[in-house]
Design a protein around this ligand. Structure first.
Ligand SMILES: Nc1nc2c(ncn2[C@@H]2O[C@H](COP(=O)(O)OP(=O)(O)O)[C@@H](O)[C@H]2O)c(=O)[nH]1
Ligand SMILES: [Mg+2]
Length: 236
């Protein structure tokens, strides 16, 4: 039986995290959960610590401070690779990604190496996002696809599932992106390696609790990352 884990980065998600974990556990999908918390001042890390004492499927990786979502995922991936997980998923902590869709991703990866939950294919979509976020996301997608020629429709999606061989083949320490460009960089590198990438539709719902961590820095980083990727000679 394939070992499966979903990696969830958190920063100040106290209003979401217990509910999300309990919902994921109730799905009975036979997967483990790893939360990577950046010493959230609101106590998210301590709450997950408590839940990890009650449920053997729940794990927590504490980092000393806010070091960025990209590095949180890298640390989470390394943790999972060391523990022999075969399927390693990514998911946000704020219910924008539906727990039920995680089961669909785990199912759909059967015939691919990376399966992405996509907002921008038929039957996918976004609910309750303010217009500026929709415009930003659509523009970022269009811009990235024009510059990189990637055949992925939702290049900034943070809901996906990798086979371990995909993550093993990438030099994780060379990934520098912190925000959305982390997703772009991963997709670019996976495609460049020739892996089989698939998208399935998801409906992304804006968070009801807590705050988005999007910032100008994250947007600017994504703007430049696409050019760095295209001009980089580095294969991995
Ligand atoms: N560990 C960690 N998690 C982060 C950091 N920044 C964002 N996150 C988490 O990454 C996920 C996506 O972030 P979010 O702010 O919801 O982005 P948005 O949905 O695009 O507005 C959430 O689970 C956040 O808690 C960070 O610096 N460190
Ligand atoms: Mg969010």
């Amino acid at each position: 039986m394939n070992k499966k884990v979903v990696v969830i980065p958190t920063y100040n998600e106290i209003k979401n995290i217990s509910k999300l974990i309990l919902e994921l556990l109730s799905l009975d999908g036979n997967f483990d959960i790893l939360v990577v918390d950046d010493n959230s001042p609101d106590g998210t890390g301590q709450e997950v610590e408590r839940l990890s004492g009650l449920h053997k499927e729940v794990n927590i990786l504490h980092r000393p401070g806010k070091l960025g979502m990209g590095r949180a995922y890298i640390d989470g991936f390394k943790w999972a690779l060391m523990r022999n997980y075969e399927l390693i998923c990514e998911m946000d902590a704020d219910f924008s990604h539906s727990p039920r869709d995680l089961l669909r991703l785990l199912d759909a990866i059967n015939d691919s190496d990376l399966c992405i939950g996509s907002r921008y294919i038929e039957n996918g979509g976004v609910v309750n996002w303010p217009v500026w976020r929709q415009v930003l996301s659509r523009t970022a997608n269009l811009y990235t696809r024009l510059v990189t020629s990637m055949p992925v429709k939702d290049v900034t999606s943070g809901f996906k599932c990798f086979r371990r061989r995909v993550l093993e083949s990438i030099s994780l320490d060379k990934i520098r992106s912190e925000g959305y460009s982390f997703q772009i960089e991963m997709h670019y590198k996976v495609l460049k390696k020739g892996f089989n990438v698939k998208e399935i539709p998801i409906i992304f719902v804006d968070r009801q609790h807590g705050k988005s961590k999007i910032s100008k820095k994250i947007i600017i980083e994504a703007f430049f990352t696409v050019w760095k990727l295209v001009f980089s000679k580095n294969e991995d």
